[in-house]
Design a protein around this ligand. Sequence first.
Ligand code: UDP
Length: 333
Amino acid sequence: MTSTILVTGGAGYVGSHTTRLLLDRGYRVVILDNLSTGHIEAIDSRAELVRGDLQDKTQIEAAFKDRDIAGIFHFASNILVGESMEKPWIYLRDNVVSACNLLEVAMAHDVKRFVLSSTANLFDAPDEIPIKAEARIAPGSPYGESKYAIERLLGWMERIYGLASCCLRYFNASGAHPDSTIGEDHHPETHLIPIVLQVALGQRERVTIFGDDYPTVDGTCVRDYVHVLDLAEAHLLAFEAMKDGKSRKYNLGSGSGYTVKQIIDHAVAVSGKPIPYTVGPRRPGDLPVLVADTKKIADELGWQPRNSDLETILETAWNWHLAHPQGYSTPKA
Ligand code: UDP
Protein backbone atom coordinates (compact mmCIF):
# COMPACT_ATOMS: atom_id res chain seq x y z
CA MET A 1 0.00 0.00 0.00
CA THR A 2 1.22 3.53 -0.74
CA SER A 3 2.44 5.23 2.42
CA THR A 4 1.18 8.67 3.35
CA ILE A 5 3.73 11.16 4.67
CA LEU A 6 2.75 14.28 6.59
CA VAL A 7 5.04 17.15 5.57
CA THR A 8 4.84 20.21 7.81
CA GLY A 9 6.08 23.30 6.00
CA GLY A 10 5.64 21.64 2.61
CA ALA A 11 5.07 25.08 1.03
CA GLY A 12 8.52 26.24 2.12
CA TYR A 13 11.91 25.95 0.45
CA VAL A 14 13.28 22.57 1.53
CA GLY A 15 9.77 21.25 2.27
CA SER A 16 8.52 21.86 -1.30
CA HIS A 17 11.54 20.15 -2.90
CA THR A 18 11.24 17.17 -0.56
CA THR A 19 7.50 16.92 -1.24
CA ARG A 20 8.21 16.80 -4.97
CA LEU A 21 10.70 13.97 -4.51
CA LEU A 22 8.33 12.01 -2.25
CA LEU A 23 5.56 12.27 -4.86
CA ASP A 24 7.95 11.31 -7.68
CA ARG A 25 8.90 8.19 -5.69
CA GLY A 26 5.27 7.17 -5.29
CA TYR A 27 4.46 8.37 -1.78
CA ARG A 28 1.21 10.15 -0.95
CA VAL A 29 1.82 13.51 0.71
CA VAL A 30 -0.35 15.62 2.96
CA ILE A 31 1.10 19.06 3.67
CA LEU A 32 0.33 20.92 6.86
CA ASP A 33 1.27 24.57 6.43
CA ASN A 34 -0.14 27.87 7.67
CA LEU A 35 1.29 29.66 4.60
CA SER A 36 2.74 32.40 6.81
CA THR A 37 6.08 32.16 5.04
CA GLY A 38 5.44 29.30 2.61
CA HIS A 39 4.00 29.81 -0.86
CA ILE A 40 0.81 28.26 -2.19
CA GLU A 41 2.42 28.08 -5.68
CA ALA A 42 5.21 25.93 -4.26
CA ILE A 43 2.74 23.17 -3.43
CA ASP A 44 2.74 20.30 -5.89
CA SER A 45 -0.74 19.68 -7.32
CA ARG A 46 -0.41 15.97 -6.43
CA ALA A 47 -0.14 16.80 -2.71
CA GLU A 48 -3.07 17.54 -0.42
CA LEU A 49 -2.90 20.76 1.58
CA VAL A 50 -4.31 21.11 5.06
CA ARG A 51 -3.97 24.76 5.94
CA GLY A 52 -3.28 24.79 9.64
CA ASP A 53 -1.07 26.06 12.40
CA LEU A 54 1.08 23.85 14.61
CA GLN A 55 0.35 26.09 17.57
CA ASP A 56 -3.18 24.63 17.59
CA LYS A 57 -3.52 20.89 18.19
CA THR A 58 -7.02 20.76 16.68
CA GLN A 59 -5.55 22.00 13.38
CA ILE A 60 -2.92 19.26 13.53
CA GLU A 61 -5.67 16.70 14.22
CA ALA A 62 -7.33 17.82 10.97
CA ALA A 63 -4.30 16.59 9.02
CA PHE A 64 -4.56 13.13 10.63
CA LYS A 65 -8.33 12.76 10.21
CA ASP A 66 -9.18 9.74 8.01
CA ARG A 67 -5.54 9.29 7.06
CA ASP A 68 -3.04 6.66 8.04
CA ILE A 69 0.18 8.67 8.43
CA ALA A 70 3.26 6.47 8.10
CA GLY A 71 5.75 9.20 8.89
CA ILE A 72 6.29 12.90 9.48
CA PHE A 73 8.80 15.22 7.83
CA HIS A 74 8.89 18.32 10.04
CA PHE A 75 10.09 21.48 8.28
CA ALA A 76 7.66 24.13 9.54
CA SER A 77 9.44 26.52 11.85
CA ASN A 78 10.84 29.99 12.31
CA ILE A 79 14.31 29.75 10.75
CA LEU A 80 16.25 33.00 10.99
CA VAL A 81 19.30 33.05 13.23
CA GLY A 82 19.47 36.85 13.34
CA GLU A 83 15.76 37.28 14.03
CA SER A 84 16.02 34.76 16.84
CA MET A 85 18.42 37.07 18.70
CA GLU A 86 15.82 39.85 18.53
CA LYS A 87 12.64 37.84 19.01
CA PRO A 88 13.80 34.84 21.07
CA TRP A 89 10.31 33.73 22.14
CA ILE A 90 9.07 32.90 18.68
CA TYR A 91 11.94 30.41 18.64
CA LEU A 92 12.45 29.24 22.24
CA ARG A 93 8.70 28.99 22.77
CA ASP A 94 6.88 28.79 19.43
CA ASN A 95 9.22 26.39 17.59
CA VAL A 96 9.30 24.09 20.59
CA VAL A 97 5.56 24.28 21.32
CA SER A 98 4.80 23.52 17.66
CA ALA A 99 6.98 20.41 17.86
CA CYS A 100 5.40 19.36 21.19
CA ASN A 101 1.91 19.71 19.72
CA LEU A 102 2.87 17.80 16.60
CA LEU A 103 4.51 15.00 18.57
CA GLU A 104 1.62 14.71 21.02
CA VAL A 105 -0.87 14.25 18.19
CA ALA A 106 1.52 11.99 16.28
CA MET A 107 2.04 9.71 19.28
CA ALA A 108 -1.74 9.47 19.80
CA HIS A 109 -1.95 8.27 16.18
CA ASP A 110 0.92 5.81 16.65
CA VAL A 111 3.28 7.38 14.09
CA LYS A 112 6.54 5.44 14.08
CA ARG A 113 8.94 7.52 11.95
CA PHE A 114 9.90 11.21 12.12
CA VAL A 115 12.46 13.25 10.15
CA LEU A 116 13.49 16.60 11.63
CA SER A 117 14.86 19.52 9.68
CA SER A 118 17.68 20.55 12.03
CA THR A 119 20.63 22.88 11.66
CA ALA A 120 24.39 23.45 11.68
CA ASN A 121 23.65 26.23 14.16
CA LEU A 122 23.95 23.48 16.81
CA PHE A 123 27.73 23.72 16.32
CA ASP A 124 28.71 27.22 17.34
CA ALA A 125 32.00 26.27 18.94
CA PRO A 126 33.45 23.52 16.74
CA ASP A 127 36.54 21.77 18.10
CA GLU A 128 37.41 20.59 14.59
CA ILE A 129 36.47 21.26 10.98
CA PRO A 130 34.86 19.48 9.15
CA ILE A 131 32.17 19.04 11.80
CA LYS A 132 31.15 15.47 12.59
CA ALA A 133 27.62 14.45 13.56
CA GLU A 134 28.93 13.51 17.01
CA ALA A 135 30.55 16.93 17.57
CA ARG A 136 29.89 18.81 20.80
CA ILE A 137 26.59 20.68 20.67
CA ALA A 138 26.72 24.41 21.40
CA PRO A 139 23.69 26.19 19.90
CA GLY A 140 24.63 29.55 18.42
CA SER A 141 21.27 31.27 18.82
CA PRO A 142 17.73 30.79 20.13
CA TYR A 143 17.01 29.29 16.69
CA GLY A 144 19.69 26.62 17.17
CA GLU A 145 18.59 26.11 20.77
CA SER A 146 15.01 25.48 19.62
CA LYS A 147 16.19 22.77 17.20
CA TYR A 148 18.36 21.21 19.90
CA ALA A 149 15.36 21.15 22.24
CA ILE A 150 13.35 19.34 19.57
CA GLU A 151 16.17 16.84 18.99
CA ARG A 152 16.04 16.12 22.73
CA LEU A 153 12.25 15.79 22.72
CA LEU A 154 12.65 13.15 20.02
CA GLY A 155 14.93 11.19 22.34
CA TRP A 156 12.10 11.02 24.88
CA MET A 157 9.57 10.04 22.20
CA GLU A 158 11.81 7.12 21.29
CA ARG A 159 12.22 6.03 24.89
CA ILE A 160 8.55 6.31 25.81
CA TYR A 161 6.70 5.55 22.56
CA GLY A 162 9.28 3.79 20.37
CA LEU A 163 9.37 6.61 17.78
CA ALA A 164 12.32 6.34 15.38
CA SER A 165 13.62 9.76 14.37
CA CYS A 166 16.30 11.17 12.14
CA CYS A 167 17.72 14.65 12.82
CA LEU A 168 19.27 16.18 9.70
CA ARG A 169 21.50 19.15 10.48
CA TYR A 170 21.66 21.19 7.30
CA PHE A 171 24.60 23.41 6.54
CA ASN A 172 23.81 26.03 3.83
CA ALA A 173 20.77 24.88 1.84
CA SER A 174 20.93 26.29 -1.68
CA GLY A 175 20.03 25.77 -5.35
CA ALA A 176 16.64 25.11 -6.89
CA HIS A 177 14.75 22.43 -8.77
CA PRO A 178 16.32 21.95 -12.24
CA ASP A 179 12.97 22.63 -13.92
CA SER A 180 12.91 26.09 -12.23
CA THR A 181 9.32 25.72 -11.00
CA ILE A 182 10.27 25.81 -7.33
CA GLY A 183 13.14 27.58 -5.60
CA GLU A 184 14.18 29.83 -2.76
CA ASP A 185 11.95 32.82 -1.96
CA HIS A 186 12.28 34.26 1.54
CA HIS A 187 10.95 37.59 2.80
CA PRO A 188 13.12 39.23 3.86
CA GLU A 189 15.95 37.49 1.99
CA THR A 190 19.03 37.18 4.19
CA HIS A 191 20.94 34.32 2.54
CA LEU A 192 24.06 34.95 0.53
CA ILE A 193 23.34 33.15 -2.77
CA PRO A 194 19.90 34.67 -3.46
CA ILE A 195 21.22 38.10 -2.48
CA VAL A 196 24.17 37.72 -4.86
CA LEU A 197 21.83 36.65 -7.68
CA GLN A 198 19.46 39.55 -6.98
CA VAL A 199 22.44 41.86 -7.54
CA ALA A 200 23.17 40.04 -10.82
CA LEU A 201 19.54 40.64 -11.83
CA GLY A 202 19.89 44.35 -11.05
CA GLN A 203 17.40 44.19 -8.17
CA ARG A 204 20.00 45.26 -5.61
CA GLU A 205 22.89 47.62 -6.16
CA ARG A 206 25.59 45.53 -4.52
CA VAL A 207 26.40 42.74 -2.10
CA THR A 208 27.75 43.75 1.27
CA ILE A 209 30.36 41.23 2.38
CA PHE A 210 30.14 40.85 6.14
CA GLY A 211 33.82 41.15 7.02
CA ASP A 212 37.01 40.30 5.11
CA ASP A 213 39.40 39.92 8.04
CA TYR A 214 38.66 36.29 8.94
CA PRO A 215 41.46 33.71 8.99
CA THR A 216 40.51 32.19 5.60
CA VAL A 217 42.12 32.20 2.13
CA ASP A 218 40.67 35.59 1.16
CA GLY A 219 39.50 36.84 4.56
CA THR A 220 35.79 36.12 3.97
CA CYS A 221 33.77 33.41 5.72
CA VAL A 222 33.73 29.84 4.46
CA ARG A 223 30.42 27.98 4.29
CA ASP A 224 29.32 24.57 3.07
CA TYR A 225 26.61 24.93 0.41
CA VAL A 226 24.43 21.87 -0.14
CA HIS A 227 21.86 21.54 -2.92
CA VAL A 228 18.24 21.40 -1.81
CA LEU A 229 17.69 18.25 -3.93
CA ASP A 230 20.47 16.49 -2.03
CA LEU A 231 18.79 17.50 1.22
CA ALA A 232 15.50 16.11 -0.12
CA GLU A 233 17.18 12.82 -1.04
CA ALA A 234 18.63 12.53 2.46
CA HIS A 235 15.14 12.86 3.95
CA LEU A 236 13.86 9.97 1.86
CA LEU A 237 16.85 7.76 2.59
CA ALA A 238 16.46 8.50 6.30
CA PHE A 239 12.76 7.69 6.25
CA GLU A 240 13.34 4.40 4.45
CA ALA A 241 16.24 3.41 6.72
CA MET A 242 14.10 3.94 9.81
CA LYS A 243 12.09 0.85 8.92
CA ASP A 244 14.63 -0.78 11.23
CA GLY A 245 13.18 1.25 14.12
CA LYS A 246 16.48 3.00 14.87
CA SER A 247 17.03 6.73 15.42
CA ARG A 248 19.85 8.66 13.78
CA LYS A 249 21.50 12.09 13.56
CA TYR A 250 23.47 13.30 10.53
CA ASN A 251 25.25 16.43 9.35
CA LEU A 252 24.38 17.42 5.81
CA GLY A 253 26.63 19.52 3.65
CA SER A 254 28.67 19.02 0.51
CA GLY A 255 31.80 18.46 2.58
CA SER A 256 33.55 21.39 0.81
CA GLY A 257 33.63 25.04 1.77
CA TYR A 258 33.60 28.24 -0.28
CA THR A 259 34.31 31.78 0.78
CA VAL A 260 31.86 34.62 0.23
CA LYS A 261 34.17 36.06 -2.45
CA GLN A 262 34.39 32.69 -4.22
CA ILE A 263 30.58 32.53 -4.31
CA ILE A 264 30.45 36.00 -5.87
CA ASP A 265 33.13 35.09 -8.47
CA HIS A 266 31.34 31.88 -9.46
CA ALA A 267 28.01 33.73 -9.65
CA VAL A 268 29.57 36.26 -12.05
CA ALA A 269 30.71 33.36 -14.25
CA VAL A 270 27.34 31.55 -14.15
CA SER A 271 25.15 34.62 -14.69
CA GLY A 272 27.47 36.50 -17.05
CA LYS A 273 26.54 39.66 -15.11
CA PRO A 274 28.61 42.04 -13.03
CA ILE A 275 28.09 41.63 -9.26
CA PRO A 276 29.50 44.67 -7.44
CA TYR A 277 30.26 44.32 -3.75
CA THR A 278 31.51 46.34 -0.82
CA VAL A 279 33.01 45.09 2.40
CA GLY A 280 31.11 45.93 5.56
CA PRO A 281 31.63 45.02 9.19
CA ARG A 282 31.45 41.44 10.45
CA ARG A 283 27.94 40.12 11.15
CA PRO A 284 27.63 39.34 14.87
CA GLY A 285 27.67 35.62 15.56
CA ASP A 286 29.32 34.53 12.26
CA LEU A 287 32.00 31.85 12.59
CA PRO A 288 34.95 31.96 10.14
CA VAL A 289 34.47 28.42 8.79
CA LEU A 290 31.58 25.94 8.88
CA VAL A 291 31.96 22.73 6.86
CA ALA A 292 30.17 19.42 7.43
CA ASP A 293 31.73 16.00 7.76
CA THR A 294 29.21 13.83 5.89
CA LYS A 295 30.97 10.50 6.30
CA LYS A 296 28.36 9.13 8.70
CA ILE A 297 25.39 9.53 6.35
CA ALA A 298 27.51 8.35 3.39
CA ASP A 299 28.54 5.19 5.26
CA GLU A 300 25.21 4.39 6.86
CA LEU A 301 22.69 5.45 4.19
CA GLY A 302 24.82 5.65 1.05
CA TRP A 303 23.95 9.35 0.66
CA GLN A 304 26.10 11.40 -1.71
CA PRO A 305 25.77 15.12 -2.47
CA ARG A 306 25.22 14.55 -6.21
CA ASN A 307 23.97 18.06 -7.03
CA SER A 308 26.09 20.07 -4.61
CA ASP A 309 28.97 21.16 -6.83
CA LEU A 310 28.96 24.95 -6.88
CA GLU A 311 28.16 25.18 -10.62
CA THR A 312 24.98 23.11 -10.28
CA ILE A 313 23.93 25.03 -7.19
CA LEU A 314 24.44 28.42 -8.83
CA GLU A 315 23.05 27.43 -12.23
CA THR A 316 19.82 26.02 -10.81
CA ALA A 317 19.46 29.00 -8.46
CA TRP A 318 20.16 31.44 -11.31
CA ASN A 319 17.63 29.73 -13.61
CA TRP A 320 15.02 29.90 -10.85
CA HIS A 321 15.70 33.62 -10.36
CA LEU A 322 15.53 34.28 -14.12
CA ALA A 323 12.22 32.41 -14.38
CA HIS A 324 10.79 34.09 -11.23
CA PRO A 325 12.55 37.44 -10.85
CA GLN A 326 10.07 38.51 -8.17
CA GLY A 327 9.87 35.03 -6.60
CA TYR A 328 6.47 33.38 -6.31
CA SER A 329 3.67 35.64 -7.44
CA THR A 330 1.62 35.75 -4.22
CA PRO A 331 3.23 38.53 -2.16
CA LYS A 332 4.32 37.97 1.44
CA ALA A 333 4.15 40.59 4.15
N1 UDP B 1 26.95 36.99 3.89
C1 UDP B 1 27.48 38.19 3.41
N2 UDP B 1 26.61 39.12 2.93
C2 UDP B 1 25.25 38.92 2.88
C3 UDP B 1 24.73 37.69 3.35
C4 UDP B 1 25.62 36.74 3.85
O1 UDP B 1 28.68 38.41 3.46
O2 UDP B 1 24.51 39.82 2.44
C5 UDP B 1 27.87 35.95 4.40
C6 UDP B 1 27.61 35.58 5.84
O3 UDP B 1 28.35 36.41 6.71
C7 UDP B 1 28.10 34.12 5.87
C8 UDP B 1 27.81 33.62 4.44
O4 UDP B 1 27.65 34.79 3.65
O5 UDP B 1 29.49 34.06 6.07
C9 UDP B 1 26.55 32.79 4.35
O6 UDP B 1 25.51 33.50 5.01
P1 UDP B 1 24.00 33.03 4.99
O7 UDP B 1 23.20 34.05 5.74
O8 UDP B 1 23.57 32.72 3.59
O9 UDP B 1 24.01 31.63 5.76
P2 UDP B 1 24.58 31.25 7.24
O10 UDP B 1 25.92 30.63 6.99
O11 UDP B 1 24.62 32.48 8.07
O12 UDP B 1 23.59 30.24 7.70
